[in-house]
Write a protein that binds this ligand. Structure first.
Ligand code: FAD
Length: 513
């Protein structure tokens, strides 16, 4: 199904944006606000992609929003933090990110339709420059009826609703607020959003400039011209089993959080065919994924109690690690996928964690993605683990809960570990597993998207594979590019923060062109 808002698609625009996530709509809204004609082309019937599922946290350090909140944040502090957590980064891109993040926030907040606020959420590394309780910001929630219904009708619902086929809520928060607000800015300023428009190719003219994209719709295929440039912000390749295998990306297309039918990396591949440089490192924004009866996996964070064991019944990490770091440890050994999360009945048989979504425990139990038993030893038998090993693991863990010290993995020592924890013992993050019946939930390796793809410079320009110089008219951001953060996930909002900054830098370059 395709639709165009506010009117029919023309044959050419100043700027064509591929995708409709946070990076895409930042580019589109800023370009339209600067007076350029803009079309956003989105392959699915809904806008927002994974960005609409997100919490809308944006890691955009050093802005007025952090100052207003009285945080000890600064560009210098963020630089120190990135220096400590990034491994061999492209310094030019890192500096561009740091320098431009505050300007981007100021530019967006200058618009009546956009307001940000600080959200307390710990950063993911104990490193110099870390801000206590984090420096991430998010768009302020907005009521659906404050925005143009033509836009909100196209807005992808939050993940737990979208996956169940239920419409979104009357208040747009997090990623929904981000997408809704940016889309409203775009359309107000004359931009067009076309859903059901699948970009399958890019066209270069005789001089090598990218001048158009090829789109497929239910009615056939057509070219849409781009006189100033094309901005590719079409997610990663997380939904493509073939590309995941080719680039050695752990996890599985069935376990990714990207909405079904969205991000398969095809437009990045088309750009590569047209001569663009790519860098695939197999990287993603990883997380433990609660396995569901339909074979999917869902992003889970904030374990309040319970412990994760591998297929031998042994713990292998601090379960309260930031989710990407836990996912990476999970990916290190085959006997960790699947893992089993063992918990007790202190939360009435529900998972003591935030799973997006969790599903119905009864469905899990019926399908065997969760098992239950009156003793830990019986639970072990049901998940095919040696009862003596699992019993010893749980007893050792319970000893740590009593002493308040996780001698094996240091759970509860870092600020992040205790952010979601509410335990009442000597260590908030260590609660004993001692209330029958006991449960085991199957966990796989999920992700919030991959982050390898087009190679861009500090202005968001895509480089040519042959010359290593920018391809005129071709820009990229979001998970369609090799991430400025490499393998690191510095803090809440890093995917959207980077996507939005390089979208904005691309627009600045487009305007100067
Ligand atoms: P998307 O947002 O998925 O957008 C890509 C869009 O491009 C899709 O709509 C897709 O259909 C479209 N598309 C793909 N190919 C084509 C094509 N060929 N033609 C036309 N259209 C195409 N990150 C944060 O920074 N902060 C958070 O708070 C946060 N919370 C999260 C919470 C959850 C539950 C989840 C699942 C993720 C979260 N993330 C968060 C991660 C973040 O949402 C994603 O990594 C990021 O939004 C991806 O942005 P994107 O633009 O690359 O892709």
């Amino acid at each position: 199904m395709s639709s165009t808002v506010p009117g029919p698609l023309k044959s050419s625009y100043d700027v064509v944006v591929v995708g409709s996530g946070g990076g895409a709509l930042t580019a589109a809204a800023l370009a339209a606000g600067a007076g350029l004609s803009v079309a956003v082309l989105e392959r699915t019937p809904m806008i927002g992609g994974t960005s609409a599922y997100s919490g809308g946290a944006c890691w955009l350090p050093g802005s007025d929003v952090q100052r207003r909140a009285g945080l000890s944040d600064s560009t210098e502090g963020a630089r120190a933090y990135l220096d400590a957590v990034l491994d061999d980064p492209d310094q030019e891109r890192v500096e561009a990110f740091l320098a431009h993040a505050p300007e981007l926030v100021a530019a967006l907040e200058a618009d009546d339709l956009m307001d940000f606020e600080w959200i307390p959420f710990s950063e993911y590394y104990d490193a110099p420059g870390r801000v206590p309780m984090g420096r991430s910001i998010q768009p302020v929630s907005i009521r659906r009826d404050q925005l143009d219904p033509a836009i909100t009708e196209l807005l992808r619902p939050p993940v737990e609703r979208d996956r169940a086929g239920i419409p979104g809520r009357s208040t747009l928060s997090g990623g929904q607020a981000l997408i809704g607000r940016l889309a409203a800015m775009l359309v107000r300023d004359g931009g067009t959003i076309a859903t059901g428009h699948h970009v399958v190719d890019v066209r270069r003219d005789g001089s090598g400039r990218v001048v158009a994209v090829v789109v497929e719709t239910a009615d056939g295929s057509a070219e849409v011209g781009a006189t100033r440039g094309v901005v590719v912000a079409a997610g990663g390749y997380e939904g493509s089993p073939e590309l995941r295998a080719l680039h050695g990306t752990p996890g599985d297309a069935a376990w990714t959080m990207a909405p079904r039918g969205t991000n398969t990396g095809d437009v990045v591949e088309a750009c590569a065919e047209a001569g663009a440089l790519t860098d695939y490192s197999g990287e993603g924004w990883f997380c433990p994924g609660l396995a569901h009866p339909d074979g999917s996996g869902t992003f889970t964070l904030g374990f309040r109690s319970g412990l994760m064991v591998d297929q031998s019944g042994r713990r292998y990490a601090n379960e309260c690690l930031p989710y990407d770091r836990f996912g990476r440890v999970m990916a290190e050994a085959p006997q960790r996928i699947p893992s089993w999360f063992v918990f007790d009945s202190r939360e009435g048989g529900r998972l003591p964690a935030i799973a997006m979504p969790e599903g119905d425990p009864a469905d899990h139990l019926a399908a065997g993605t969760w098992l239950t038993a009156d003793t830990v030893a019986d639970l072990a038998v049901s998940i095919d683990v040696d009862p003596a090993v699992l019993t010893a693991t749980v007893e050792r863990f319970n000893g740590f809960a009593a002493s308040g010290v996780d001698e094996d993995f240091g759970r509860g020592e870092d600020e992040y570990d205790t952010f979601f924890a509410g335990g009442t013992g000597p260590n908030k993050a260590l609660t004993p597993v001692d209330r029958a019946p006991f449960f085991a939930a199957r966990f796989v390796l999920s992700d919030l998207g991959t982050k390898g793809g087009l190679v861009t410079d500090a202005a968001g320009r895509v480089l040519d594979a042959a010359t290593r110089s920018p391809i005129p008219g071709l820009y990229a951001t979001s998970n369609s590019v090799a991430s400025v953060f490499g393998s690191a996930y510095p803090g809440p909002g890093a995917p959207l923060g980077a996507a939005m900054v390089f979208a904005s830098l691309a627009v600045r370059d487009l305007l100067a062109d």
